[in-house]
Design a protein around this ligand. Structure first.
Ligand code: G4P
Length: 528
C-alpha cells in the first residue's frame, strides 16, 4: 500500500439528492454545523438570499440551490473528512447533477415524510442506481404531520425496488412528536425542553419498556412504536453492508433537519459504512484505484464567475488516485499540455483555502482561463481519459439570433465557453451560419441569454427550429459522406466537430434509423 493509504480511507465524498423543498438546504446546513464547518444556522440560506437580491440571472442560479458559491463543502468530524458535493435542485439542470454524481461515492436521499418519493427524487435515484451509488435514505420533517413510517418504508421499497432497512424510528409525529428511537443501539434522541422541541439529548434506554420512554411518550405513541419496531424487524431487511455498498439496500433514518434530529446518526453512519473513494474506469480498459501512487483525476464541473470581475473559471477536479501536492505539474490529456496547479482551492463552507495537498476522494478547485473543461482528465503523464461522464442528447433546440451582427465573434466565444462549462451544447449546421443550441431544461436558455449579455456584452435571443432532438452519428467516413449528401440540412457538428443528426421528430429518428441500419445514432456520448 502506498503512503497515502491511510489518508484516502478517511474520505467520504457524497451528495444529497432530493425533490425541491424536501429539506436539502436545511440538512446541508445542519451537517455543516455538526461538522463545525459553519458557526450559525441560517448561513447557507442567508447567503442564498443575498445572492437572490443581486440580479435576475442570479435568481435563476439561485434555483440551483446553494450550488453557485458552494459546489463543494469540505468538513472534518472525528477524524473523517467529509466532502459534500452540492447538486442543483432544479430539474432543468439535471445534466449538471448527473455529472456531479459521477464524482461521489455515496448519496443521501432526502424524502419529505408527508410527500414520500417525488418525481425529482426518483429521477436522481435512477442516476445513482445506474452508477451503483449506495444510497442512505433520510425521511425528513417528522416533526410535522406526515405519512405513517411503515407506509413510507413500503413506498421506498416498492417505488425504487430497493430493500429498506430502518435504522431509527420516529417516536410520534407532528404535534405528538417526542423524538427518534434507535432500536438497535437502544438510544432515545429527544429534547430536554418541551415536547416536539429541537434535539438536545440522547438517553440510553434498556428497550421499549424503559420508563424513560414509557413515562415520557403517550401510551398510544408507545404502542405504535412497539408495533413499528416489531413489524420492522420482521418485515424489512436487516442491514447488510455488502448489499448497501452494491446499491441494493438503503438504510433509512427518520429525522427532522429543522430540529436537528437524525443529523449525527447520518454522519456517524457515513463514517462507519459509506465507502471510501471508489475505483474509476478509464479508457483502454484501465481501472484507476485510489491506492495508486500517481495522481489522476477528472473535471466534473466548471464554474465561471466565481469572481464576477474576472472571467476566470474554477474547474472542480476530483482526485481518483495519488497524493496531490500544490505546484504539481499535471498532464492535460486532451491537449497534451502540462498544467502547473499552483493555486488549487479547497472549499470549506465559509472559507476557501489554498490546498497544500489532497487525496483521492477530495475535490480541489483549479482556477484557469478556459483551458479546463468538463470531462477533462489530468494525470502525471499517463494518456488515459476517465470515462463515465456523458453528454445527453438535448431535448430542446433553438437557433441563436444575434442582436448586433458585428458581434458574431463575441457571441461564438461566449457560446463556446458556456458549452465547455457544460451549460449548453452547441451545434454548427452544415448549411447556414447560425448556430443551434441544445439544452435539457428551458431555464438553461435564460441563463445563457443573461450570461452572454453580462459577460460578453452581446444581446442574443433564441428562435424555434424545426428540430426536436439530436443524435450523435457513429459510422464510417464513406457512410457519413453519403448521409451528408442526402441530408445536408439535418447534419451539424458539435463543439468538438463530431457529426450530429438533427431530427424533426421521433418518427424521423425511426425512419432514418431504418434507412441506415449500420449507423449508430447515439443519445449520449462520452465527454473526453
Ligand atoms: P430544499 O433545499 O430541499 O428545497 O429545502 P429547504 O431546506 O429549503 O426546506 C424547504 C422548507 O422546508 C423550508 O421552509 C424549511 O424550513 C422546511 N424544512 C426543512 N426541514 C424541515 C424539517 O425537518 N421540519 C419542518 N417542519 N420543516 C422543515 P420554508 O418555509 O420554505 O422556508 P423558511 O422560510 O423556513 O426558510
Amino acid at each position: 500500500m502506498s503512503a497515502n493509504g491511510a489518508s484516502y480511507k478517511n474520505r467520504r465524498t457524497f451528495a444529497i439528492i432530493s425533490h425541491p423543498d424536501a429539506g436539502k438546504t436545511t440538512l446541508t446546513e445542519k451537517l455543516l454545523l455538526s461538522g463545525g464547518a459553519i458557526r450559525a444556522a441560517g448561513q447557507v440560506r442567508a447567503r442564498g438570499e443575498r445572492r437572490r437580491a443581486r440580479s435576475d440571472w442570479m435568481k435563476i442560479e439561485q434555483e440551483r440551490g446553494i450550488s453557485v458559491s458552494s459546489s463543494v463543502m469540505t468538513f472534518e468530524r472525528n477524524g473523517i473528512i467529509y466532502n459534500l458535493l452540492d447538486t442543483p435542485g432544479h430539474e432543468d439542470f439535471s445534466e449538471d447533477t448527473y455529472r456531479t454524481l459521477t464524482a461521489v461515492d455515496a448519496a443521501i436521499m432526502v424524502i419529505d415524510a408527508a410527500k414520500g418519493i417525488e418525481t425529482q427524487t426518483r429521477k436522481l435515484f435512477e442516476v445513482c442506481r445506474l452508477r451503483d451509488i449506495p444510497i442512505i435514505t433520510f425521511v425528513n420533517k417528522i416533526d410535522r404531520e406526515g405519512r405513517h413510517a411503515l407506509e413510507i418504508l413500503d413506498e421506498v421499497q416498492e417505488a425504487l425496488a430497493l430493500d429498506v432497512s430502518p435504522q431509527t424510528w420516529p417516536v410520534g409525529m407532528g404535534s405528538d412528536f417526542f423524538g427518534v428511537y434507535d432500536w438497535q443501539a437502544k438510544k432515545f434522541h429527544t429534547s430536554d425542553g418541551e415536547r416536539g422541541g429541537a434535539y438536545t439529548q440522547t438517553k440510553d434506554v434498556s428497550g421499549l419498556e424503559d420508563p424513560i420512554l414509557t413515562e415520557f411518550a403517550f401510551d398510544r405513541i408507545m404502542d405504535e412504536l412497539e408495533e413499528n419496531v416489531e413489524l420492522g424487524a420482521e418485515g424489512y431487511a436487516n442491514f447488510d453492508l455488502e448489499s448497501f455498498l452494491d446499491g441494493h439496500l438503503t438504510p433509512v433514518f427518520f429525522g427532522s433537519a429543522l430540529r436537528d434530529y437524525g443529523i449525527e446518526e447520518l454522519l456517524d453512519f457515513i463514517a462507519r459504512c459509506a465507502p471510501p473513494p471508489h475505483s474509476q474506469s478509464a479508457t483502454g480498459g484501465r481501472t484507476i484505484t485510489p491506492d495508486e501512487g500517481k495522481v489522476t483525476g477528472f473535471v466534473f464541473k466548471v464554474q465561471a464567475n466565481m469572481d464576477p470581475k474576472h472571467r476566470d473559471r474554477i474547474a472542480f477536479f476530483r482526485l481518483c488516485s495519488g497524493t496531490f501536492k500544490r505546484g504539481m505539474k499535471l498532464k492535460h490529456v486532451r491537449t497534451g499540455k502540462q498544467i502547473a496547479v499552483t493555486a488549487p482551492i479547497l472549499f470549506f463552507a465559509e472559507e476557501r483555502e489554498i490546498a497544500e495537498e489532497a487525496f483521492p476522494g477530495d475535490v480541489i478547485g483549479i482556477p484557469n482561463h478556459g483551458q479546463l473543461r468538463v470531462g477533462d482528465t489530468l494525470t502525471e503523464g499517463e494518456d488515459i481519459h476517465v470515462t463515465g461522464l456523458p453528454a445527453f442528447a438535448p431535448e430542446i433546440l433553438r437557433r441563436v439570433r444575434l442582436g448586433d451582427t458585428m458581434k458574431v465573434k463575441q457571441m461564438r466565444q461566449g457560446l463556446q465557453d458556456l458549452a465547455e462549462e457544460g451549460l449548453v451544447q452547441i451545434f454548427k449546421p452544415d448549411i447556414g451560419s447560425n448556430w443551434i443550441v441544445g439544452v435539457v431544461g428551458i431555464l438553461q436558455l435564460d441563463v445563457v441569454i443573461e450570461r452572454i449579455r453580462q459577460e460578453y456584452g452581446t444581446e442574443i435571443s433564441f428562435e424555434p427550429v424545426n428540430y426536436s432532438t439530436a443524435r450523435w452519428i457513429e459510422t464510417d467516413n464513406a457512410t457519413l459522406a453519403k448521409m451528408i449528401e442526402n441530408h445536408r440540412m439535418s447534419i451539424a457538428n458539435d463543439r468538438d466537430d463530431r457529426p450530429v443528426f438533427l431530427f424533426k421528430n421521433a418518427w424521423e429518428v425511426g425512419y432514418v434509423g431504418e434507412k441506415y441500419p449500420d449507423v449508430k445514432f447515439r443519445e449520449t456520448r462520452e465527454i473526453v
